[in-house]
Design a protein around this ligand. Structure first.
Ligand SMILES: Cc1cc2nc3c(=O)[nH]c(=O)nc-3n(C[C@H](O)[C@H](O)[C@H](O)COP(=O)(O)O)c2cc1C
Length: 347
């Protein structure tokens, strides 16, 4: 039997398969079912910056109304979302905390809260409430698309660092940053976040890319489940970053079979996350992935994850730019050999 135990964000995990943020965690029963399915940790679905703002505004309005009405009654304040108020008026943030609290005590694997936003500000302090509710760690999803073409790349990068620093200042539990691959120098961005205190990097967010329906003459916004080919981009960056950051590296996108998990680990991932595969095949698929990983490790003669993690990462010390360029040129030459004689192929 192989040993699948590992560590992520300094947390001890029974195995490297993590349920990533998705509706599969929208309920205590669902979180319990994920843990029962065998995953090493559960990342909760995201609480959005907009929801925190909405609840904070609601609390402020309720508080001010009562303050005006009963100015002399200093001891009386309505319960607020942040204090765990309940009732039909309580918002998404409040519900999230209650679920987190119940989930954290219901399962024996770490439950990681997910806070999702794009601007620095007071809302990030909500990470503290997540910690107090029992989150073993916070995954900070910075989902920011610089739609304003005047925004500079450095501003986008600085914004990520600033949000991370604010969250780090609010909590003592580990913080992972889930981010996009769209930086002019992804590696430097990762290293800046690492230096700014990120305990983990989750690579990558899948972007909602609007499309155009020429028949209905409308913009469509739906996004489907991922395909294994999409794993190449995160895997490339994990292979580059392995050995260059002290933060844990989590892979997300494109896991469907055990070989996808193995490939991510070989590239250097500390843990491998999955959402689409569990949504597509059902929770029982977690065991398929784990059994498949175990079988592959035995077949290849690996007893522990440390023996294989990062084996196929970009070697530390190589000229990275030249390495990537050489791979690109070799791939194009291969394509030319395959498709380079279209006239001949047609004759
Ligand atoms: C239905 C659905 C809901 C998701 N919700 C969230 C979310 O709330 N927060 C988040 O950070 N990622 C969310 N994601 C992204 C996943 O956590 C994951 O990063 C992404 O789907 C790529 O992994 P996969 O290929 O295993 O699906 C969601 C994905 C899906 C398919």
């Amino acid at each position: 039997m192989t040993d699948l135990s590992t560590s992520y964000l300094g947390l001890a995990l029974r195995n490297p398969l993590v349920a990533s943020a998705s509706p599969l965690s929208q309920g205590v029963d669902r979180v319990r079912a994920l843990a029962d399915a065998g995953v090493g940790a559960v990342v909760m679905y995201s609480l959005f910056e907009e929801e925190v703002h909405r609840d904070q505004l609601h609390d402020l309005m309720v508080t001010e109304t009562h303050e005006n009405a009963f100015g002399e009654a200093q001891s009386y304040f309505p319960s607020t979302a942040a204090q765990g108020g309940s009732g039909p008026e309580s918002g998404g943030a409040d519900r999230y905390l209650r679920l987190l609290e119940q989930a954290a005590v219901s399962v024996d694997v770490p439950v990681i809260a997910s806070l999702n936003g794009s601007t620095p500000g007071g809302w990030v302090g909500f990470a503290r409430s997540m910690q107090d509710a029992g989150a073993a760690a916070v995954e900070l999803n910075v989902y920011f698309v610089p739609g304003d073409p005047h925004t500079s790349g450095r501003d986008v990068e600085d914004r990520h660092v600033e949000i991370l620093q604010q969250v780090k200042a609010a909590v003592t539990v580990p913080v992972a940053v889930k981010l996009s691959p769209h930086f002019s120098s992804m590696g430097e961005m990762a290293m800046r976040l690492d230096r700014a205190g990120a305990d983990g990097l989750v690579l990558f967010n899948r972007f909602l890319q609007p499309d155009v329906d020429p028949e209905q003459l409308v913009v469509t916004t739906s996004t489907g489940l991922s395909a294994p080919a999409e794993a190449r981009l995160p895997r490339t960056w994990i292979a580059i970053l392995h050995g260059h950051v002290t933060a844990s590296l989590a892979a997300t996108t494109g896991v469907d079979q055990a070989e996808d998990v193995a490939a991510y680990l070989l590239a250097g991932a500390d843990v491998v996350m999955t959402a689409s595969a569990l949504l597509r095949h059902g929770l029982g698929h977690a065991a398929v992935l784990l059994d498949g990983l175990d079988e592959w490790m035995r077949r290849k003669g690996f007893g522990t994850l440390d023996e294989l993690r990062g084996r196929l990462a970009v070697p530390v010390g190589v000229d990275h730019d030249a390495y990537e360029r050489a791979g690109y040129v070799a791939a194009l030459q291969q394509l030319r050999r395959t498709y380079g004689d279209p006239l001949g192929a047609r004759s």
